[in-house]
Structures are given as structure tokens and as C-alpha cells.
Write a protein that binds this ligand. Sequence first.
Ligand code: ADE
Length: 224
Amino acid sequence: MRIDIITCLPKLLDSFFAHSIVQRAQQSQQVEVVIHDLRDYSTDKHKRVDDYMFGGGAGMVMQIEPIARCIRALQAERSYDDIIYMTPDGDRFDQRTANRLSLAKNLLILCGHYKGVDERVRELFITKEISIGDYVLTGGELPAAVVADSIIRLIPGVISDETSALTDSFQDDLLSPPVYTRPADFEGHAIPEILLSGHEAKINEWRFEKAVERTKARRPDLLG
Ligand code: ADE
């Protein structure tokens, strides 16, 4: 999979993708993440990519020309399964969308800033608009990193224990059950005995029960 990200703050994303599992996934060529500095596509002598809002109003708007130039240059090299715009008024991101996007070959993500992008960018180029939640951040970079991270870890082989991505919270509309590690007894707080039984079927049954119990208590909306 290849993920291209267009941003006017490339350094913010460079550091994120240079670390952790996401970096290892890139080193082992399971994924390629390429960050593009939108300013490189500006023809303005100060490399500006934004301008005042037509009709007046506070805040700057990202211009269509540098974005169009950048997207077209990338499209000339490959076709994209989706061109995603990160925006608080997009569709709410969830595990189902992450699963679907993890099957893509090429994804292009545009990070918004200021008051957002000229509406014509959305009309002409964007195929999917994603919000990571009902709050407004200063830009689309952190949301793009969130979306990319959640997708990359679903690519087979990226997480060493492949089954662990399948048992995540939300993967089957259930929150994860509680987990424990050594010591089995911490200052008199013992772990549930079943986990020491070695009986795999019973342990799985217990985990499922706990997952349902936790989902009922915390996120009953997931149970439909
Ligand atoms: N840009 C600013 N806030 C955002 C959010 N909540 N989701 C996606 N992109 C954003």
C-alpha cells in the first residue's frame, strides 16, 4: 500500500511516520508513506497557499491552484482508490472505515488548515471526507496520522501477532475484555482464576462474556 499525504506542515508528519510500528512497516516495504509539502506547488514568491475569503470573513482559505497542481502531479504517476480530505465536517471515522481503507492500493490524503479548502477542491478532487471526531483541531495533520496509523496496523504482517488486530476493541462491535500479565497477585489483587486454568475454550468464553458485559456498560450503542 502507498499513502500520499499533502500538507503545509510536512515536518509535523515526518516525525510521526519516522517512529514506531509505522516506521517498521515502511522499512519492510509493507507500506510506503510519502509526505508532500503543498508549498512546493505554490507559484507565489512567498510560497503562500492561502488567501482571503471571498465575501469577507475572518480566517484564510486554502487556494485551489497549488492543491490541484499537487494532486494532478500525483495522479499522473498512479491512480488512487480514494482522495481523502480531513475535515471536521466529514464522515465520522470508525473501525469499519479503517478496515475498508486498509484494502486500498493507493490512498491520497489532503490535510486542511485555516478555514479549510476552497469548496471547489472538494467538488473536483475529493472522493471521501473524514472527521476523526466532533472537535476542531488546528489542522488535518493529526487526523491524517490517526487515519494512516489505524489503516497501516491492519495490513497483514505489520503487527507481529497478526491475530491481535482482529481482537481489538470495535473490530467485532465489542470492546476488548480486560487483560492481565504477571504478577498473578498484586498486593492481594488476584487475576481471575480462569485465566490460569489453561483451558482455552473456557478462557475464550470468559473473554467474550467480559467483552459483552463491558460493551453493555460503556457503549451500549455498539450492540445495536
Ligand atoms: N481538521 C480539524 N479538525 C478535524 C477533525 N476533527 N477531523 C478531521 N480533520 C480535522
